[in-house]
Design a protein around this ligand. Structure first.
Ligand code: NAP
Length: 276
């Protein structure tokens, strides 16, 4: 086990705000139980103004590992001892772990994002990303690794999207001109279509001659309106559950050295999401 030694049960958790719909406790406690590890994983809903207090708790409580989610992925970085090369490139962490008495920040979202694209990489030369936040930044790092050079971004906030495009050396397309776009891959990196959050979706339905592959990072519901419409139109699709499972599996491996079986986990989560 790669945990810092602490007596009794090892404590893990996810820090974010708000946290009502986090599936992380379900996944990691399922994994700890499957591997019979003496660990427990909690949900820590910490408002942004209390993040400095949480960072003190990180060092004073026997916490062995943490998942970090919105809105803390960037803001927690200054409180850590070390950052991996990947997390620095993306500018955000989603995983904290101890190594030789120091707290490290890592980003496993990138592995999760790229995983379902690898088998299709030879057909992807261009991509359009919707959204200009943290997940969009992860997409760009993924495209860099896959050597996809023709990248466009669009977001409802024009000035933010333009700044994002300039900052990353990619091209910008206005939100109200999306229907003129085409690319090998369309990625939704906004919360559009997410359960209980935003019923809004794209102002057009993707079609295979414009977007042969549509990837929605939203994983609750597993089949979003965007994916349903894209599938009905004949596009290939990828849902966000695969990314979510892979990033969690990678965290679990960093903390425990053990694997989580992807298919069993996917079935368990699909069942959970359908019944809730
Ligand atoms: P973020 O940093 O808050 O950025 C969200 C982006 O979406 C911003 O550009 C925002 O624009 C835009 N947006 C928000 N609501 C919108 C709406 N109703 N219509 C159109 N655009 C909207 O969030 P993030 O970390 O990038 O995450 C984005 C989404 O990715 C999450 O909601 C989550 O579903 C998904 N995600 C999935 C995984 C996974 O493992 N599958 C991992 C990370 C993220 P404004 O600046 O105008 O608000």
């Amino acid at each position: 086990m790669m945990l810092d030694p602490s007596p009794g049960k090892h404590l893990f958790g996810v820090v974010g705000y708000p946290l009502q719909q986090s599936l992380s406790p379900l996944i990691h406690n399922w994994g700890f139980s499957a591997h019979q590890l003496p660990c427990t994983y909690l949900a820590w809903s910490i408002e942004p103004q209390y993040l400095p207090h949480f960072s003190v708790a990180l060092r004073t409580l026997p916490i062995s590992g943490v998942s970090v989610t919105i809105p803390h992925k960037k803001h927690i970085m200054p409180y850590l001892d070390r950052l991996t090369h990947t997390s620095v490139r993306i500018g955000a962490v989603n995983t904290l772990y101890w190594q030789e008495g120091e707290i490290w920040g890592e980003n496993t979202d990138i592995t999760g994002f790229v995983a379902p694209l690898l088998s299709r990489a030879k057909n992807i030369f261009s991509a359009l990303v919707l959204g200009a936040g943290g997940a969009a930044q992860t997409c760009l790092e993924g495209f860099r690794r896959m050597e996809i050079g023709d990248i466009w971004v669009s977001s409802r906030n024009k000035s933010k999207a333009q700044a994002f495009a300039v900052g990353h050396g990619i091209r910008y397309v206005p939100w109200n001109r999306l229907e003129e776009m085409s690319a090998d891959l369309l990625v939704n990196a906004t919360p559009m279509g997410m359960k209980g959050q935003s019923e809004t979706t794209l102002p057009f339905t993707p079609e295979p001659h414009r977007f042969p592959l549509v990837y929605d990072l939203v994983y609750n519901p597993v089949q979003t309106k965007l994916l349903r419409e894209a599938e009905e139109a004949g596009c290939s699709t990828i849902n966000g559950l695969s990314m979510f499972i892979t990033q969690a599996t990678e965290q679990f491996r960093i903390w425990t050295g053990e694997d989580l079986p992807h298919e069993d986990l996917a079935s368990m989560l699909q069942e959970h999401l359908t019944s809730n």
